[in-house]
Design a binder for this molecule. Structure first.
Ligand code: DPP
Ligand code: ZN
Length: 845
């Protein structure tokens, strides 16, 4: 397979004036007719059109039939065979959406037609320059025997069996979409600031209409927010969202016609958890925000993916913070960043936020591009300030509207709007790896000195690194807990630098990396007492939580390596958090959550130790039991006092109270043999409470009757049954996880071709740290067996799931050998996809 390099970028030598498509839909043989006007921009250029798996029926240029035979990637017409000026390309192809199991291009899901074109799916629909820098208005006629026929833009006209759509905004092919099916709309309206009346529709299968209101309300809030905060208005007369059951990703921002994985649309208290509600709100916002950051301004090439994704993730994070709690959202985002992106950065799949080469672009929709990409936006904002950020964004929108841009364009607007030199900052986009920032404190003669140093480890293909421009937000606390120096941004640009604070009456306690001001690993030797002090007194909620977290990890690490008991300081600190009802319940729930096992494995590896998954599991279990016993006098009454009455509310407050209550339940469950969990199950009226109780029952070796009851109640509901599958594997004891997974995977309702179901089962095993890493290699084998089975059907999801193996270097030699064996077995599988073979090659190094 061919490697594509950023350095090889060349502009497309033609402009497309308008694209006119007609679809004659049929499951086994859909005809796609295209009429496209090409205008040459360079003399002597061949015409190259991408195309994969298309049966070419006919092709004409300016009305003259061509005799051409495409190869497996597209077709080329030499310059000598082209007219010298503009010309009209007409083609007819046949495709088979019913046979498309890869869920890329035009495919069928539950009897409806739908599309997924990002990144390179449009070439599976017709011959076309399928690259994001080729933008054109699209006119689309959809013909088919379906009641609802949708495409991008505004509806021009429709009749029985046909509809005409026109999208006036030039767009790249990856934003094309088409949907046809027996769908019902849950509808609303929105009037933009300048008076445009927009029809809003959430399209779902009949019967699901009652679960769309949360998505619709989230959309309306997103539209308002983007006007208020970024001054961005919607630009068409209609905005459609369609929920689809079979979908590789979360959702897709097609212009005017977003297509969503149904689990990110449908919500009711009985079927969706609070986490689902929050994710739906965030993803609806994310896709809507792409209308400006992604669609109106798109990417020049796929190496620039972070240009739209990093910025749009940053925007959806801000939005959720505004809708809910900034403190809680920041902590949740850092947890995800560390669990996914730091993990990726530490292994063989590490790559820069803007990669320089790829084999299969679908393999680069990663935590690094998305989550670290968003962190880079946050750092830029800290460096230029809120006003500088607002000026830069205004300039970005006015300068680049309608263009396909690069990271260079993006950084230039910040330089032009604020006068800052971002040459060194740009290295964040180019260098992979998580920097370690070390802190030394010095106190002498009323002068406090912080010495900060940075180190960026080598990553695949990048042995040498240059220092980064790192904003480190610091505050100083006095001995009585008062803040003596408010938050200041220290700019670390050298390998090592000193920052001096004068005029202090006493030695301060520093609070470093407030709000997690940079995506780094902080190496700040502090004793338990100093951490407990920051946990008790800091003004910044993130560093407060982080102090408790660091303390927990320190304690757990000692328990794992030395077999000690949990420290008394830590138990008291946790008790204080539990009892402090001035704190937001959602914050308390997060603060009481113990570090995860995968996180601990990485932490031990970073400290030069070899993590033992069983030992980590046992120590963490012991830690939770000891904590539960220490708090046993408080837990039952707190659990009872957090019981909610009255109608369900999806607000952050209500969800936070449920989160705390279920955290308390999980602690009680460590010491009460499932008694409270059984009560919780009996009284549960929401999916949040039901699934929490079920997890606890399974952990205490019960739950058989409840699982059966759940299955008979929800057998008809795919999304709810995904939870039923996953909960049994996530909560299985390490030595039972593989067996449980194998048993569930042999059920007839394990519809493994559905990505949600595959993730709910095989993904849940990969996420059960001690279960997946059983020393006999049975977890590795089961996952690899399923990847081999899924790959020919759906390479994209198979490749994504293969990241289960990316942490191989952490473990002992036996486990590493076992993992390598499985990766090698994958690699020699006949017909392995480009997607999965790139992943295995990178992981085998
Ligand atoms: N562009 C989509 C999203 O991130 C993913 N394909 O919203
Ligand atoms: Zn996105």
């Amino acid at each position: 397979p061919q490697t594509i390099h950023l350095a090889d970028y060349r502009p497309y030598p033609f402009r497309l004036d308008e694209v006119d498509l007609t679809f004659r839909l049929a499951p086994g043989a859909t005809r796609v007719l295209s009429r496209i006007r090409f205008v040459p921009l360079e003399a002597g250029a061949d015409l190259w059109l991408d195309g994969e798996g298309l049966r070419l029926i006919s092709a004409r240029i300016d009305g003259t039939a061509l005799a051409i035979s495409p190869d497996s990637t597209g077709l080329r017409i030499p310059a000598t065979a082209l007219p010298s000026g503009p010309f009209l390309w007409e083609a007819e192809v046949e495709i088979a959406p019913q046979a498309n199991t890869a869920l890329e291009g035009l495919y069928m899901s539950g009897g409806m037609y739908c599309t997924q074109c990002e990144a390179e799916g449009f070439r599976k629909i017709t011959f076309y320059p399928d690259r994001p820098d080729v933008m054109a208005p699209f006119r689309v006629r959809v013909e088919g025997d379906m009641p609802v026929l949708l495409s991008n833009g505004n509806l021009l006209a429709e009749g029985p069996g046909w509809a005409d759509w026109f999208d006036p905004w030039p767009k790249p092919a990856y934003l094309f979409a088409l949907v046809a099916g027996d769908l019902r709309a849950h509808s609303g309206r929105f009037t933009t600031r300048s008076g445009r009346d927009v029809a809003l529709n959430i399209w779902v299968r009949p019967g699901d209409e009652g679960r769309c209101d949360w998505a619709l309300q989230s959309l309306i809030r997103s539209m308002e927010w983007d006007e208020q905060v970024y001054g961005r208005e919607y630009d068409l007369d209609i905005f459609n969202i369609v929920a689809v059951d079979d979908f590789n990703m979360g959702a897709m921002e097609n212009k005017g016609l977003n297509i969503f994985n149904s689990k990110l649309v449908l919500a009711s208290p009985e079927t969706a958890t609070d986490t689902d509600y929050e994710r739906i709100e965030a993803v609806i916002a994310h896709e809507y925000f792409h209308n400006w950051t992604g669609n109106r301004i798109t990417c020049r090439d796929w190496f620039q993916l972070c240009l739209k994704e990093g910025l749009t993730v940053y925007r959806d994070q801000q939005f959720t913070g505004d809708m809910r709690s900034h403190a809680v959202k920041r902590i949740e985002d850092v947890l995800v960043l560390r669990a996914r992106q730091f993990r990726e950065d530490a292994g063989p799949l590490a790559h820069p936020v803007r990669p320089e080469s790829f084999v299969e672009i679908n393999n680069f929709y990663t935590a690094t591009v998305y989550e670290k990409g968003a962190e880079l936006i946050g750092m830029l904002r800290r460096l230029v300030g809120n006003e500088g950020y607002a000026r830069a964004l205004d300039l970005y929108f006015s300068r680049h509207d309608g263009q396909a841009c690069t990271i260079e364009d993006w950084l230039k607007v910040f330089e032009d709007a604020t006068g800052r030199d971002l040459t060194q900052f740009k290295r964040w986009y180019e260098q992979a790896g998580t920097p370690r920032v070390s802190v030394r404190e010095d106190w002498r003669d009323g002068r406090f000195t912080l010495t900060l140093s940075q180190h960026l480890p080598a990553t695949p293909g990048q042995p040498e690194k240059r220092p980064l421009h790192i904003p480190v937000a610091v505050g100083l606390l006095g001995p009585n807990g008062d803040e003596v120096v408010p938050t200041t941004i220290l700019e670390l640009t050298e390998v090592e630098q000193q920052f001096v604070f004068d005029g202090l009456a006493a030695r301060p306690i520093p609070s470093i990396l407030r709000d997690f001001s940079a995506p780094v690993i902080l190496d700040h030797p502090q004793d338990d007492a100093a951490r407990a002090f920051v946990l008790a007194h800091d003004t910044d909620p993130f560093t407060r939580w982080e102090a408790g977290r660091a303390l927990s990890k320190q304690v757990l690490a000692r328990m794992i390596t030395e077999g000690t008991s949990p420290a008394a300081d830590w138990l008291d600190g946790m008790a204080r958090v539990l009892r402090d009802d001035t704190l937001d319940p959602a914050f308390r729930a997060l603060a009481l959550r113990l570090p995860g096992e995968d996180d601990m494995a990485q932490t031990l590896h970073d400290a030069g130790l070899v993590p033992d998954p069983d030992r980590i599991h046992r120590a963490r279990t012991r830690m939770a039991e000891t904590l539960a016993r220490h708090l046993s006098a408080d837990l039952p009454s707190l659990w009872a006092s957090l019981r909610q009455s009255g109608p369900f509310s999806p607000t952050a407050e209500a969800a936070g109270a449920r989160a705390l209550r279920n955290t308390v339940l999980a602690l009680l469950n460590r010491i009460d043999d499932g008694r409270h969990a059984a009560a919780a199950w009996a009284e549960a009226s929401t999916m949040t409470d039901r699934i929490a109780a079920l997890g606890c029952l399974i952990e205490s070796g019960r739950g058989t009757a409840e699982l059966a009851e759940f299955a008979s109640q929800w057998a008809h509901d795919r999304l709810v049954m995904d939870k039923w599958f996953a909960v049994q594997i996530s909560h299985a004891k390490p030595d039972l996880a593989v067996e449980t997974t194998a048993r569930l995977a042999s059920r007839p309702d394990f519809d493994w071709k559905n990505p949600n179901r595959f993730r709910a089962v095989i993904g849940a095993l990969a996420a059960n740290h001690a279960g997946f890493h059983q020393g006999d290699g049975s977890g590795y084998r089961l996952v690899a067996d399923w990847l081999i089975r899924l790959d020919p059907v759906n390479p994209q999801t198979a490749a994504r799931m293969s990241t289960a193996f990316e942490t191989l270097a952490r473990y002992d030699a036996d486990r590493q050998d076992l993992i390598r064996e499985e990766l090698a077995r994958l690699q020699v599988t006949p017909g392995l996809s480009r997607d999965l073979s790139e992943m295995t090659a990178r992981m085998l190094g």
